[in-house]
Write a protein that binds this ligand. Structure first.
Ligand SMILES: [Zn+2]
Length: 116
C-alpha cells in the first residue's frame, strides 16, 4: 500500500482525458467536449455532469450533431433501448448554450516532434 500518489503535489497532474465518439458525426472527441445523454422513460435527458446512472450516449453539444444522430436513430442504438426517443430536453439544453455566443475553440496541444 502506498499513498505517495495522494500526497504528492497535484499542480502538474495531467490525467489522460477519456475519448468518446459523437453519435451524430461519428468523430472522436475528448469526453469533456461532448455532452453525455441518457434515456429516461423513453426520453433523452442531457447529463452534463455525467452523474446519471445507466448507459450513456455522447454527442457534440451542437444542433447539427443532434439532428444527425436522430436521423440515423443513433440514440436508441447507442443506449440499447427500443423505439424512438424524445429529444426535446436535449434540444432545450443546447438552445440554452447557444445564446452564449462564440463557442471555445478546441485546443489541440498535441506535439508530434520527430526526435531525429
Ligand atoms: Zn458530432
Amino acid at each position: 500500500m502506498t499513498n505517495d500518489a495522494l500526497h504528492s503535489s497535484s499542480a502538474r497532474h495531467r490525467a489522460p482525458e477519456p475519448v468518446r465518439t459523437c453519435v451524430g458525426c461519428r468523430s472522436r472527441e475528448l469526453a469533456a467536449g461532448l455532452l453525455r445523454v441518457v434515456a429516461v422513460d423513453g426520453a433523452l435527458v442531457p447529463d452534463p455532469r455525467r452523474r446519471l446512472p445507466g448507459r450513456g450516449a455522447w454527442v457534440h453539444p451542437r444542433p447539427e450533431c443532434l439532428d444527425r444522430a436522430e436521423r440515423r436513430s443513433a440514440f436508441p442504438r447507442a443506449l440499447r433501448v427500443p423505439g424512438p426517443l424524445d429529444s426535446a430536453e436535449v434540444r432545450i439544453h443546447l438552445g440554452q448554450q447557444e445564446g452564449a455566443g462564440t463557442a471555445p475553440a478546441p485546443s489541440f496541444t498535441e506535439d508530434k516532434v520527430d526526435p531525429s
